[in-house]
Design a protein around this ligand. Sequence first.
Ligand code: AHR
Length: 683
Amino acid sequence: MKRLSLLTLFAATLCSPITAQVTHTFDIQTAKPGAVIQPTMYGIFFEDINFGADGGLYAEMVKNRSFEFENPWMGWNTTGNVEIRDDGPFDRNPHYARLNFSGHRVKHTAIENEGFFGISVKKGETYKFSVYARVPEEAGNKAYFEVQICDKALDLNQHKLASAKITVEGNEWEKYEVDLTPFATCEDGVLRIFLRNSKFRKPQNAVDGPSLDLEHVSLFPAKTWKDRPGGMRQDLAQALYDLHPGIFRFPGGCIVEGTDLADRYQWKHTVGPVENRPLNLNRWQYEFDYRFYPDYYQSYGLGFFEYFQLSEDFGAEPLPVLNCGMTCQYENPIEGEATYHVAVEDLDPYIQDAVDLVEFANGDVSTTWGKLRAEMGHPEPFNLKFLAIGNEQWDYKDNPAYTKRLARFIEVLRKKCPGIKIIGTTGPNSEGWDFDLLQPRMKQLGVDLYDEHFYRNEEWFLSHGLRYDSYDRKGPKVFAGEYACHGKGKYSDGKEKKCNHFETSLYEAAFLTGVERNADIVHMATYAPLFAHVKGWQWRPDLIWFDNFRSFRSISYYVQQLYSHYKGSHVLPLTMAGKPVAGQEGQDGLFASAVVDEVAGSVIVKVANVSDTPASIHLNLLNKKKAAQFTSAEVITLHSDDLDAENSLDNPEAVVPVKTDLDANSRDITIGPKTFQVYIFKR
Ligand code: AHR
């Protein structure tokens, strides 16, 4: 968090004493640490929504690289004599492109890929081009092509920024690779492939212009996260790493469910060689017709192996979510349920998928799935501990549609995978008849945790500071698996505004004090969604935004980061006049929680002031002897005078946390209006 110290001047003004009317005394039981804060407490939720995977974290630059989209030429422009064939080398992605002589020496045969919102390259950087190619038997045994990265807007006598000539030999499929280094930067370029003749010129006639077959056309930056070939975008993975997540939930979200069973997320389709991971539709392609992306598919280049690997990179526990035999319930009726969902008696393959996943993650290399993991480069187990069954599913008053299926999974998983903690769900709503139906059923079924979702407005976040204080301590633990404060402003067209403005982030910070205070019952919390491409989003707000070159972290990101970095090890009871500080009546818009880090010995107090006036607070650390031993202290402040302030690509640090030093003996503090602060007293 180096950046925190940069703006200390600004912080100093915020922390300078401002006279306020009343002093609020926070009694903090520093001598009586309470619940353990789980290492999994703050984490990340990943879903391929908003072009979060293909076109986002997964650094592949070629769209429809295997010609498997419903329209096999989507993403491609073609000229000359081209055809799509379907007897390719990868049985689960059988299509490929054949380039034939155009028929005239002056005319070209070429294909051109538009990338995800353009092929975007930087001057002097290396890009790894690869393709599977062969010469069709009837066309001899040599073929030639030229690959180019082009910028059509370039004001030069040519479009080419980088190019290479490749000779293809033989009638068997081989992988060809070459590095391309553009001499200029371009954001909206294309990747072109020209069929050439033996002298790398335009073909002269059908004899010296042989045909060429191309499959899995790929372009990656050489620089990826951890320099893994075919890996993840560095800046986006770094942003996740910088959150220090304790849990990593994947792959969704609604994409787990599918609109039809056929397009549900199947983890077995996402492992093994990338070339043979079958393409799937992405439901976020068509979910909102007012933001329709006909070119949104899932290549599964970011698949379950990569998710496990990233979890390991981040030091987070992996948390896969699997389909429970139900499609999206918003999209499919329950009447005639076996038509749209899987009948309970037919669930065995789905349950087997769950058992096999545990073997893939944890099994010995001599097992079928453990062997595949080893072949993919990770013989050591991934130590999977958690498994969620079903995303946003629910029961009906007269039909326990979800729980009757979940019960079958639990029965088998408890026997076959005894160490795995099972996570159920309370559906899409944080309250209401469906939540009330499911919450007790999760307890009856004996799930270890249940997943709650709440995308709610400002009032909800401010009025739910005590949400978890009354939860049944004997029931399952809580995974607040998807949440975000959705603001109520208006766009110019009058439509509801849901974006990452400062105000909503502040209210998320206020709400999270209640999550932290209840760490005995809440074991995981993940904001959602995670990523959004500025040119390809379907849902907002989101935690991290990006275009093809840049990214920025939303203000909500910094809230998550502050909680995660300063999560401590144990809750310290904190009250004002005997009550939890949760924006209750008479508490003047204050929310607060405290933790101790037993290893470092520091005491950390988080305070949100959502009111319009500054508040004077006395931190009554009730262990005076120990409290006297603090050697230093600091405060981190998140504030903007403008409630509508947002970070953006052009102004990524409009609102960021600001760190400033504090006297180790300070106990009387003043927090400005509409401000979130983290006080850290160190030993
Ligand atoms: O996060 C966006 C969507 O919200 C998720 O896919 C779904 O689980 C929820 O409805």
